[in-house]
Design a protein around this ligand. Structure first.
Ligand code: PMP
Length: 393
């Protein structure tokens, strides 16, 4: 019973099925936050007294933990950020700005669309969009065509759709991009909660990570950068702790990762993220994937029995999130009724309006599971959904 490891569940009788929005945190993560603030609260990389050294050591050890976790060659390739949103904005404005074309897919989160608009890129004008069909399959033929016509582009694609749980074959996406001398960033916001990531095996250039979606604290994330690209990467913000020397004529920067981490970081959050990763390592992805696979199938089976349900993509190649609607029922109404029955999930466009428009819907009801969910949670969801449907019909 993994729920016993997560204090939230002993304090709440809510059936929590909103894991794509944020995950609950294991005890170790919460303890690490209290410990930092109660016992050694100090800034990192600045002062040299005992607690400051301890904070710096734990922060840098967290970097090593994440490095090993995703099999990055060196810790200098791990740059901490506020989350995937900041990771993408950072790479967009620092590195990807110089590319004539940026290639995304039609299944992106707004965090991987709006930063490109901020650069003045729109469809056909600096931005190319690879179609995903109505089953959300990535169109590899169209992708190769776009790459052929636009070699040396910047590709930025999500790994797992938060809205639908659809998994993109990122290894194939990366390989094809490299064939046409393009550079690839993967939005891995939904990845680490569900599956192992090996950045060297993927041969990915940039991989964006979110701590709060991986059982860690909010306001923390990271970007992994391939070693050969580190030299070309410029900071997109500067300030304290990023510099070697400053006078009024110029300043010289420290090496990576320090030159990219301007200002005081979320020290407790980073330390807590490492605790989440250590916890995940203890549980193991084998157990996580087995539990999630069984749950996802059970969820799909049980939902399928409900009358007039509409699914959008096959269960195959999907993980975590399951999106659906009911014919002639407004998804918002289901959300309001389920909340009253203590079922926590998200209804709406899930920050993915373009794909909703393609499917000709305003939004969906999204159940998003984590490995700590149980069949009992699904049973409670189904009972509540039946009641809600009775009320609305
Ligand atoms: N991309 C995807 C696919 C996401 O699911 C999310 C979060 N909903 C983000 C990006 C943004 O992540 P963060 O909250 O870490 O900024």
């Amino acid at each position: 019973m993994f729920k016993n490891d997560f204090p939230y569940f002993s304090n709440s009788d809510i059936v929590y099925l909103d894991n794509a929005a944020t995950t609950q945190k294991p005890k170790e993560v919460i303890t690490s936050q209290v410990e930092y603030y109660e016992k050694y609260c100090a800034n990192t990389h600045r002062s040299s007294f005992g607690d400051a050294n301890k904070a710096t050591l734990n922060y840098e050890n967290a970097r090593k933990t994440l490095q090993k976790f995703i099999n990055a060659p060196t810790k200098e390739q791990i740059i901490f950020t506020k989350g995937v949103t900041e990771s993408i904005n950072f790479i967009a404005s620092s590195y990807a700005k110089k590319f004539d074309k940026v290639i995304i897919s039609s299944l992106e989160h707004h965090s991987n669309i709006v930063p490109w608009h901020m650069q003045g890129r729109t469809l056909g004008e600096g931005l190319e969009v690879v179609s995903c069909n109505d089953n959300l399959d990535f169109d590899f033929v169209e992708y190769e065509d776009i790459l052929k016509q636009n070699p040396n582009s910047f590709v930025s694609i999500t790994h797992i759709s938060n809205a639908f749980g659809k998994i993109h074959d990122i290894k194939a996406i990366i390989k094809l991009a490299h064939k046409y001398k393009s550079v690839v960033m993967i939005d891995g916001a939904q990845s680490l909660a569900h599956m192992n990531i090996d950045v060297q095996d993927l041969d990915v250039d940039f991989f964006a990570i979110s701590a709060h979606k991986t059982f860690g604290p909010t306001g923390v994330g990271a970007i992994y950068v391939k070693e050969s690209l580190l030299k070309e990467l410029e900071p997109y913000q500067t300030g304290g702790a990023t510099i070697h020397e400053v006078d009024f004529l110029s300043s010289t920067m420290l090496d990576s990762p320090y030159k990219f981490e301007a200002g005081t970081q979320n020290i407790a959050g980073v330390i807590g993220f490492a605790k989440a990763l250590e916890y995940l390592e203890k549980v193991g992805y084998e157990a996580i994937m087995k539990q999630e696979h069984e749950l996802y199938e059970y969820l799909t089976d049980q939902l399928s029995k409900l009358p007039n349900i509409i699914f959008y993509n096959d269960t195959e190649d999907s993980i975590g999130s399951k999106s659906f609607n009911f014919k002639n029922i407004i998804h918002d109404d289901i959300g309001i009724l389920l909340d009253k029955m203590k079922i926590a999930l998200r209804v709406g466009h899930h920050c993915a309006q373009p794909i909703m428009k393609q499917l000709n819907i305003k939004g969906t009801i999204r159940v998003s599971i984590a490995f700590y969910n149980t069949k009992e949670d699904i049973d409670k969801l189904i009972t509540a959904l039946k009641k809600a449907l009775d009320m609305l019909r």
